[in-house]
Design a protein around this ligand. Structure first.
Ligand SMILES: [Ca+2]
Ligand SMILES: [Ca+2]
Length: 146
């Protein structure tokens, strides 16, 4: 009994695999609603986070990504200001010499303004080292690397 069930399961998997891999047979793509693009950035984005950086009670966005043509070891960090009906053009707030950056938002210095923390792979480390940076929110839409 158990053997029969196992054979049936293997048969199903083989059938699924052959359906998934059949060349020339286009896969059925379900038609799903598509959201509108709110911004396009000149980087290979690897991370996004939210935070109200200007204190207007509208959640802004911070996006980080690899700068094209820099070998994946140099990154840019942008803020997208929420204007209540969309987002303003992305503002470059920092460039950091790491690849595949990730961003995290936290008020690291306790001034009630959310700051941006970035971590990414150090160039030339073969992926064995990462650097962490803090980009301080100075207020008035200004940021500074700590
Ligand atoms: Ca805001
Ligand atoms: Ca802060």
């Amino acid at each position: 009994m158990r053997n029969k069930m196992a054979k049936a399961a293997v048969g199903s998997l083989v059938m699924l695999a052959s359906i998934a891999c059949s060349p020339g047979v286009p896969a059925e793509v379900p038609k799903l609603p598509q959201p509108g693009v709110v911004s396009t950035l000149p980087v290979n984005a690897t991370s996004i986070a939210g935070g109200d950086f200007d204190g207007d009670n509208l959640e802004d966005l911070v996006v980080a990504g690899n700068i094209p043509g820099k070998g994946g070891v140099f990154s840019a960090v942008y803020v997208l200001w929420n204007n209540g009906s969309g987002y303003n053009d992305p503002k470059l707030i920092s460039q950091v010499p790491v690849g595949d950056p990730r961003v995290y938002v936290a008020d690291v210095n306790g001034d009630r303004r959310p700051d941006v923390v970035v971590v990414g792979t150090v160039a030339g480390s073969g992926g064995s080292k990462s650097n962490v940076y803090v980009i301080k929110n100075m207020g008035n839409a200004r940021f500074a690397l700590e």
